[in-house]
Unconditional design. Structure first.
Length: 454
């Protein structure tokens, strides 16, 4: 007999007979629908159905923790909660997820999808599927990049040993740290200039800002030209981030994630921000992947895309960026915090070919992924990566299921705008005695005026 946990039957023990040809007790227990807690002489097992229920709950409610589910099981069994149940469930769940990943990997191999870049090149049908003789779009691909600080993880305290030293290396979402670090020295950290944009010093902060050397590299705007009046957008952004950095760099190992996604919400690549804010190596690593794998003549949206494009052009990726004809813009919502001169060139409303796209996709992604913050803040590095990988796989599956509805609704929205607004615009132009060429000329004149103003 062995003690079991089964959410569906609420049995406490089960008798399992071991045949003469069985290789191990764990194998026999698995044949009966249970996962043993230890590989040798197991005394407790959890049913696969119970673990699958927990997996499904976690996929639909990412903040649902192991401890909460362990307490639910104890309530059903009418026994007091003990920490041992949480530990047992957590360890069993790790093994169960490993089994799922092995099965998924074998399925992908049989389907011919085992290459490293298959998901990025095929996940989004709307971006990747191209018909024969299909007319070329103004931008072959629209993607957005951004960092998020919600998925931070606490660093170890003092000289304490780390109990879980495993490394999660099975995700095709994460770019390797070695690959990202290739772009550390692309930009040297710009020394701050005193002035009105400097944030006030926080004399009450308990954690001081570390004295980083040039090894950390600069941020995504440090190679932007020092043209008078051309940098208020990014100076505001950097000043607002300064106080936050001082408080979090010292206590967190990972300070968040840096992500990229296509315009339809499918995730392309992720990476951890390690004890830093949005250093230039993170977006440059994604740009390197974009130029290596995606079609030319695309659009990259970033909340500081105006200055980041200058950084790209002056980096080692500059010649390839120019050759492939990619360009940067500023996401629609963030663009309104930039100067009007910047908006005349980088706001999506002023870029032909952008249509109704706002490239604020990652704000919606992070709004959902922030649920993970409750369960990753004090998790091990292995489990944090596991939970993040789980979340984004489910996110992509949901996006795939809803893609047709999204495209249909967007198409209806575009038709409705044309139907309701076209007549009003035509009447206004007729009353003013102007044509479309006049509007285009005025836009050029406005852009030139603000480019030389001040």
């Amino acid at each position: 007999d062995i003690s079991i946990i089964n959410m569906y039957t609420l049995q406490s023990t089960v008798h399992i007979s071991r045949g003469a040809d069985s290789q191990s007790a764990v194998e026999v227990i698995a044949f009966h629908g249970f996962l043993a807690m230890t590989p040798v002489a197991p005394s407790l097992a959890i049913s696969f159905k119970t673990l699958e229920l927990f997996r499904r709950l976690r996929l639909r409610k990412p903040s649902f923790s192991v401890e909460v589910f362990a307490k639910v099981l104890c309530d059903f069994y009418t026994i007091p909660y003990r920490r041992m149940y949480r530990v047992a469930l957590s360890n069993a769940f790790d093994i169960y997820l490993s089994i799922h990943r092995i099965i998924d990997r074998r399925v992908q191999q049989e389907l011919g999808r085992a290459s490293n870049n298959w998901r990025v090149l095929n996940a989004c049908p709307a971006c990747c599927y191209e018909l024969v003789d299909e007319p070329h779009l103004t931008f072959s691909r629209m993607i957005c990049i951004d960092g998020n600080n919600s998925l931070k993880r606490m660093a170890k305290v003092g000289n304490r040993d780390i109990g879980d030293t495993r490394q999660f290396m099975e995700s095709d979402y994460y770019l390797s740290e070695d690959f990202v670090n290739q772009y550390t020295h692309e930009v040297k950290q710009r020394k701050p200039q005193p002035g009105v944009m400097d944030p006030p010093k926080d004399t009450t902060a308990e954690v001081s800002e570390p004295d980083f050397s040039d090894d950390e590299g600069g941020d995504p705007t440090d190679l932007a030209p020092d043209v008078p009046g051309a940098r208020p957008c990014t100076e505001n952004w950097k000043a607002a981030a300064d106080d936050l950095k001082k408080k979090m760099w010292g206590i967190f190992e990972e300070t968040g994630i840096f992500a990229s996604a296509c315009r339809h919400g499918f995730i392309l690549w992720l990476m951890d921000m390690m004890k830093s804010g949005e250093l230039v190596k993170y977006p440059l690593a994604i740009v390197a992947k974009v130029l290596a794998l995606l079609q030319p003549h695309g659009m990259l949206g970033y909340d500081i895309g105006c200055d980041f494009e200058s950084t790209i052009r002056r980096s080692s990726l500059g010649p390839l960026w120019e050759e492939h004809g990619w360009r940067c813009c500023v996401n629609a919502f963030h663009s309104y915090s930039h100067s009007f001169r910047c908006q005349t060139r980088n706001h999506l409303n002023n870029i032909a070919g952008m249509g109704l796209e706002d490239l604020e996709t990652l704000e919606r992604v992070f709004s959902a992924s922030n649920q993970l913050a409750l369960v990753v803040r004090y998790a091990s590095q292995y489990r944090r990566h596991t939970y993040i990988d789980m979340f984004f796989k489910q996110w992509d599956e949901d996006k795939y299921a809803n893609l047709g509805t999204m495209l249909y609704n967007n198409y209806r929205q575009a038709l409705e705008i044309i139907r309701t607004e076209l007549h009003a615009v035509a009447e206004a132009m007729q009353s003013l005695g102007i044509c479309e060429e006049d509007l285009e000329k005025w836009y050029v004149e406005e852009t030139e005026y603000f480019a030389t103003l001040g």
